[in-house]
Design a protein around this ligand. Structure first.
Ligand code: PMP
Length: 440
């Protein structure tokens, strides 16, 4: 008999999961392959969120598994500081090549949260190296999710992630308004037409704090964790213009959007807006071994290399930065993305997803449907005035029917694997329809 108590589950309702076997039905995973999980009871689940947005190439892709096995025969862990491996140098080059022009340098870490902290620290140190150490303030966005480090929750804008730790927030952080507006943009397909003016709120914050105090603006080009909130047309371009005008760095947190989901290497290319720093994680190696990182422009890197700190130009790093197993998996993932033509495939599949999810319009209790490339969300009306109750019922109904969705509040999120078939996407949407009806 499995003792459930010692394991403190992350971002989970531990009491609900542990107290009653009925609450755990189909929620103990044993095995995975391609777009599917199997539970310990051998119940098959279509993985509608590619793990947690990280396994787009499908679980246990043979190329990745083989690459990691081979790496284990040669080198396990290679000392990260003042040392290197050919693989990590080569990987940085490949990632920089995939990034927009001007991005030439990659710093590695082990998660999205670490990538965000790294990018924030890079921004501070960059301004310091240029003699503008007074630029210390960050601007995030309401409903933003940037992981769980103190930097990330400070610039993040999801209330639940912040309220327990309010005393630990970074000082001086301010937030742009979010762009989620059911009145003006419900049921938009792709980027909503309404809302680009919300980027002008940055002018208000600059007027309030003065540009000379602001180091960086950080946003997810498409907000994932808050429930697929798609940027209004023209919004990101406007943010870029304002950051440039005021000497503020623009950071795109591409932990979800990087390496495939946008049908381009990065959302920067999909939206045709170039930030100054890009964070990544998840898709870089298909979630096989934890890895994250930050891609920096030549001009930012050069500022460090010609800056005042001659010994260690950026005093930051992790024991597992550029871990050999993560690097091996990432090389294989980049190979698979090219060989299996993942970007064109995602572009084609995105149209199927758009049609499938918007086909749920008109279902009772569906109050919004949003999509952006291979990401989508269905927002539900709260049940009995209890936020989240309807979504968890839908989630459980869908598990019974063999689909694993993710829910946040009353939003059901979908991020299918890039290797899904149109039939699987259609089936996923029909299971969601049945589950919404069954949830009552
Ligand atoms: N930033 C974004 C945009 C994310 O979506 C996430 C995770 N969903 C993170 C950061 C944090 O990543 P991790 O959980 O790997 O720390």
């Amino acid at each position: 008999q499995l003792n459930l108590n010692p394991y403190w589950m992350p971002f989970s309702h531990n009491r609900y999961y542990k107290q009653d076997a009925a609450h755990r039905v189909h929620r103990m995973l044993a095995r995975a392959e391609g777009s599917y999980y199997w539970t310990t009871e051998n119940h098959k689940l279509y993985d509608a969120l590619s793990g947690l947005w990280c396994c787009g190439l499908g679980h246990r892709h043979p190329r990745l598994v083989e690459a990691v096995k081979q790496q284990l025969d040669v080198l396990d862990y290679g000392t990260a500081f003042q040392m290197g491996t050919p693989g990590v140098f080569k990987l940085a080059e490949r990632i920089a090549e995939a990034a927009p022009a001007g991005f030439e340098h990659v710093f590695f870490c082990n998660s999205g949260s670490e990538a965000v902290d790294t990018a924030l620290k890079m921004a501070l140190a960059y301004h310091r190296a240029r003699g503008e150490a007074h630029r210390t303030r960050f601007i995030g966005r309401e409903k933003g999710y940037h992981g769980v480090g103190f930097g990330g929750i400070s610039v993040g804008g999801m209330v639940a992630n912040r309220k327990m730790f309010a005393a630990g927030m970074l000082p001086g952080v301010d937030h742009l308004p979010h762009t989620h507006n059911l009145k003006e943009m419900a049921f938009s397909r792709g980027e909503p037409q309404w809302g680009s003016h919300l980027a002008d709120e940055l002018e208000r914050l600059v007027a309030l704090h003065d540009a000379s105090t602001i180091a960086a603006v950080i946003v997810e080009p498409m907000q994932g964790s808050a429930g697929v909130i798609v940027p209004p047309q023209g919004y990101l371009k406007r943010l870029r213009e304002l950051c440039t005008k005021h000497g503020i760095l623009l950071i795109f947190d591409e932990v979800i959007t990087g390496f495939g989901r946008m049908g381009q290497p990065f959302a920067a290319q999909y939206f045709d807006v170039t930030p100054d720093l890009i964070t990544f994680a998840k898709g870089v190696n298909n979630g096989l071994v934890p890895m994250g990182g930050v891609i920096a422009t030549k001009s930012i890197y050069d500022t460090f290399m010609t800056g005042p700190d001659h010994m260690v130009e950026f005093f930051h790093g992790y024991t597992y930065s550029g871990h050999a197993l993560a690097v091996a998996a990432a090389h294989a993932a980049l190979d698979v993305i090219a060989e299996e033509q993942i970007y064109p495939r995602v572009n084609a599949l995105s149209k199927t997803l758009e049609e499938a999810v918007h086909g749920l319009k008109g279902e009772a209790n569906v109050i919004d449907i949003r999509n952006c490339q291979l990401a989508a969300a269905v927002e539900l009306a709260p049940m009995e005035g209890k936020p989240g109750l309807r979504a968890i019922r839908v989630f459980e109904e869908a598990l019974k029917r063999g689909v694993l969705f993710r829910f946040t509040g009353d939003i059901i999120a979908m991020g299918p694997t890039f290797v899904s078939t149109p039939e699987e996407i259609g089936h996923m949407a029909e299971v969601l329809r049945e589950s919404i009806r069954a949830a009552g």
